[in-house]
Design a protein around this ligand. Structure first.
Ligand code: ASP
Ligand code: MG
Length: 408
């Protein structure tokens, strides 16, 4: 029998009314004869509200208690959705992350899934039940509850789909697919109906919020097709599968952004290169992503990090000040990154040149440009983000009407 995994994000289960509507979607799949596993997020903005509660108590919460707290959001949804299914006459059972056999490493707050023991889920499926699993959480080897990082329910869904060798994994969300840029900022963004794992991973890792980048990695491992669909409208959505091929005439497939970026600079470093290597190891062990670069002639080590990681990074730097030997730290907020995403970007210098020119012509000051094989990224002031996205989207030929013309 075929197995499918359905994932419902926070907005899709934002009220009891919506939970009942999502229950209908589960029933539809069950009636087609599939084994169905459902993964859910916390209702609406529940996780944000829980984070806010903490700030009334302490500015330095322990990671263990933070995960204990944040994991409760998803637990509310699994039980309500399961009751909604039972109310409709379906046999269903809810599982927290640990009950579902999801084992993670011990990096609390940003844990990675290491293995899934699907025995208990399989057993319930074999008894004809729908299994509803709490997203975003697992258990460490020591038996502590861990969370996978914000937006982590996507990871749970894709990892379960892989572990169960599911036929597909449907991610229901508040947009109807993956777009060439965020349609809230770029009204001319167009929907991409089919996308390779690699391209999706590149878009997601550089800021496209529609899907967690680590979810793609799990799905790719066993070639499970992922579908991004709207919870509220009917439509084809976006299918993520297979190998990369050029999608349109432009080498750029999308323009992404990360809104809240901080720059941290350490001055007068005694051994800039040694410091850079040690810091990168430390950040990697905590699963913190950062761009680390040196300005060798001036003995400055610079970091670009997400706002959400700032406190932890400052804590690490302060703690190791004696070992890493720098004189002072300066920090700058209100920056953003905009990126053009594609394949072999380094081999096409005209993309970087074009990007700088377009931004300049639109009075967007570029503070830094960087490139990798999958992206060219400019660091800009946060206030310029809208202008930057729109001019790059149009300049790289991604606007809706241009794509229509190119396809006729
Ligand atoms: N509830 C978690 C969050 O808000 C996980 C998720 O929604 O995927 O980040
Ligand atoms: Mg999400």
């Amino acid at each position: 029998m075929s197995t499918i995994v359905q994932k419902f994000g926070g907005t899709s289960v934002g009220s009891t009314e919506r939970i009942k509507r999502m229950a209908d979607r589960v029933i539809q799949e069950k009636e087609k004869g599939h084994d169905v596993v459902v993964v859910v997020s916390a209702m609406g903005k529940t996780t944000d509200a829980l984070v806010k509660l903490v700030s009334d108590i302490t500015s330095e919460p322990s990671k263990r208690e933070m995960d204990m707290l944040l994991s409760t959001g998803e637990q509310v949804t699994i039980s309500l959705l399961t009751m909604a299914l039972q109310q409709q006459g379906l046999e269903a059972i809810s599982f927290t992350g640990w009950q579902a056999g999801i084992q993670t490493d011990s990096v609390l707050g940003n844990a990675h899934i290491q293995s899934i023991d699907t025995k208990r889920i399989r057993n319930e499926l074999n008894h004809g039940k729908v299994v509803v699993v709490a997203g975003f959480q697992g258990v460490t080897e020591d038996g502590d509850i861990s969370t996978l990082g914000r937006g982590g329910s996507d990871i749970t869904a894709a990892a379960l789909a892989s572990a169960l060798k599911a036929d597909r994994c449907d991610i229901y969300t508040d947009v109807d697919g993956v777009y060439t840029s965020d349609p809230r900022f770029v009204p001319k963004a167009s929907k991409i109906t089919s996308l390779s794992y690699e391209d999706m991973q590149n878009l997601a890792s550089m800021g496209a919020g529609v899907l967690h980048p680590r979810a793609v990695k799990h799905a790719k491992k066993f070639g499970i097709p992922l579908y991004i669909k709207s919870s509220f409208e009917k439509g084809r959505g976006t299918k993520i599968h297979g190998k990369a091929k050029q999608i349109g005439s432009s080498p750029v497939i999308g323009v992404t952004f990360e809104k809240d970026i901080n720059r941290v600079e350490m001055f007068d470093c005694e051994d800039v290169e040694g410091f850079r290597k040690a810091l990168m190891c430390e950040l990697a062990s905590r699963h913190i992503q950062a761009d680390v670069y040196t300005q060798g002639c001036r003995n400055i080590l610079s970091l670009l990090i997400k706002e959400q990681d700032l406190q932890e990074v400052l804590f690490i730097l302060e703690n190791k000040k004696d070992r890493w030997k720098y004189s002072r730290i300066e920090q700058r907020s209100s920056l953003s990154k905009v990126s053009a995403i594609g394949q072999n970007m380094k081999a096409q210098p005209e993309i970087k040149i074009g990007m700088c020119k377009m931004l300049l012509e639109n009075a967007v000051r570029v503070k830094l440009v960087g490139e990798s094989s999958i992206s060219v990224t400019a660091v800009i002031e946060k206030t310029h983000i809208q202008t930057a996205l729109e001019c790059l989207h149009s300049g790289f030929g991604l606007d809706y009407e241009d794509k229509m013309k190119a396809s006729v």
